[in-house]
Ligand binder design. Structure first.
Ligand code: ADP
Ligand code: MG
Length: 351
């Protein structure tokens, strides 16, 4: 992978966060991050994110909007064809310019990822306890195999499984149990930030709720930061403090989670809210209601606002004028021209 930073430095973040403790860098600050696959596919376009210790940030958006690309970029886990620019400051240290050895130390221990679809990708021929022990041994030269196995048992108990399940092979566990194992692995090296990419999407609704409560509990107990990715805005609103909504590789809306869910300022945010009325609703498996079509292929983005071809309230100018994030009231920011035109506001609650 080639990781380059912008030579001129990023624009100062337009998102002043009043909660930032003076003098302390936030746990994670992403500035103007772009990811381009193969030189031509801009999957992430100028994303800014911020997570404080103990804070839970949700990233929402339909499939194809760049959420997983963003998550993997945070630890430089993308294929070599992906070119990254911008800054990814983890505790003030830029992941994009880290030497390989430092990067290896930061993975698992600084930040860890529960990968999308991970519960199907445990190694079938190894006992789950050994798989949890592996990162512990990798990251702690002093750890003995016996101590790492013991710790794996403790971690399993922490995620609600008996320590004895360490002896099980993945096929002997249910989907929910496998996802618990993946979460135990993510916790193995005491990371300060956990990135969970669609951690419950493949689970049935009862198990989904259990896993969400588990993640919430773990984050609260250990004061780690959480980035939770989902297409389901209702799940994120219920779990997270803040929300960023992504469309076509951009953050198009951000703000306090419940505000964004209850009264999104971007038509895309409103469409997502309308699609996911509440946690557990089977509608969460459907495409957003009242929003035909799909997000654009990043290799062929429409001009102007990339959402305009699907937008129920687009103006003529939206076909030609791109929109940046701007203040949208109540600590929210949205990248929509209508945010600035309150007169049109009342007529656009139809998304
Ligand atoms: P999401 O997680 O929101 O569904 P992804 O980050 O997986 O979105 O994908 C964003 C876009 O990047 C999609 O158009 C996808 O086809 C493209 N993409 C993802 N991975 C690669 C890759 N390795 N090479 C080229 N394009 C990719
Ligand atoms: Mg994804």
């Amino acid at each position: 992978m080639t990781a380059t930073t912008t030579t001129t430095g990023p624009e100062p973040s337009a998102s002043p966060d009043l909660s930032k403790p003076v003098g302390d860098p936030p746990l994670l600050e992403v500035r103007n991050l772009t990811v381009t696959y193969g030189g031509t596919v801009p999957a992430v376009r100028g994303a800014d994110l911020r997570v404080e210790a103990g804070q839970k940030l949700g990233i929402a958006g339909e499939s194809g909007c760049g959420k997983s690309t963003l998550a993997l970029a945070l630890l430089r886990l993308l294929p070599a064809t992906a070119k990254l620019t911008g800054e990814i400051l983890l505790d003030g240290e830029d992941v994009l310019t880290m030497k390989w050895g430092r990067l290896r130390a930061v993975r698992w221990a600084g930040a860890s990822i529960v990968f999308q679809g991970a519960m199907h990708s445990l190694n079938a021929v190894h006992r789950v306890g050994d798989q949890i022990a592996e990162p512990i041994l990798l990251h702690n030269a002093k750890a003995t195999p016996a101590a790492a196995r013991r710790r794996a048992g403790e971690l399993l108990e922490q995620v609600g499984l008996p320590a004895a399940r360490a002896q099980a092979y993945p096929h002997e566990l249910s989907g929910g149990q496998r996802q618990r194992v993946m979460i135990a692995m993510a916790l193995a090296c005491d990371p300060r930030l956990i990135i969970a990419d669609e951690p419950t999407t493949a689970l049935d609704v009862m198990i989904q709720a259990q896993i969400l409560r588990l993640i919430e509990q773990l984050v609260a107990d250990q004061d780690v930061g959480l980035i939770m990715i989902s297409h389901d805005l209702a799940v994120l609103a219920d779990t997270c403090d803040r929300l960023s909504v992504m469309y076509a590789g951009r953050v198009v809306e951000e703000g306090p989670a419940r505000q964004v869910y209850a009264e999104a300022r971007h038509p895309y945010g409103r469409a997502l809210s309308a699609a996911f009325p509440r946690i557990g609703d089977l509608a969460s498996r459907r495409a957003p209601r009242g929003l035909p079509g799909d997000p654009p292929d990043p290799a062929a983005l429409p001009g102007g606002c990339t959402f305009h071809p699907r937008c129920p309230v687009a103006l003529d100018s939206c076909a030609t004028e791109d929109q940046e994030l701007r203040e949208a009231g109540g600590e929210r920011r949205a990248a929509c021209v209508l945010v600035d035109t309150p007169a049109t506001d009342d007529s656009r609650n139809t998304a």
